[in-house]
Design a protein. Structure first.
Length: 154
């Protein structure tokens, strides 16, 4: 049995409602993959998710996870961490498309998602000065999180 600890059931309900409004289907496998991603503060690779999914669905294969991830990305429920080819929960699942900034700890692999309208406006302004239209961007910053920094000081 897959144990999903501290998962906000309201969040799952929210994405179910968003899917219903959009007329798309949140299959049990898609929902389970989303719950697995939400259960971890770290970004999860597709193969890590596959191993966890096999606990309840032994027949699960890589395409099962990849299809679920494609759906969740398309709906804006998760983000791909490009530098590590892994996935995290989106902090605002109700926004279909938005820009975010990911802070990735190189020690513990935890990922924090930030949304800063000022940063997005600055990027758009800089692009506009060059006649460029941004259609997508990924901002990832690697470093050491507060918790890991504190651990080093002890």
């Amino acid at each position: 049995m897959v144990m999903v600890m501290n998962l906000d059931l309201e969040l799952v309900k929210q994405i179910e409602e968003i899917c219903a409004t959009r007329g798309v289907r949140l299959t049990p496998q898609r929902k389970t993959v989303f719950q697995l991603i939400c259960a971890s503060p770290k970004a999860s690779s597709a193969y890590e998710l596959l191993e966890q999914l096999k606990a309840t669905e032994p027949q699960a294969k890589p395409p099962t996870v990849y299809r679920a991830l494609d759906f969740l990305l398309e709906q804006g429920f998760i983000h791909r961490v490009e530098s590590t080819n892994s996935f995290i929960q989106c902090c605002s699942c109700n926004a279909h498309k938005h820009y975010s900034h990911l802070l990735i700890c190189d020690k513990c692999s935890n990922v924090i998602e930030l949304q800063d309208d000022n940063l997005v406006a600055l990027l758009a302004s800089n692009a506009e000065k060059h006649g460029f239209t941004i259609t997508n961007h990924v901002i990832e910053s690697h470093g050491i999180c507060q918790s890991c920094s504190s651990d080093n000081k002890e």
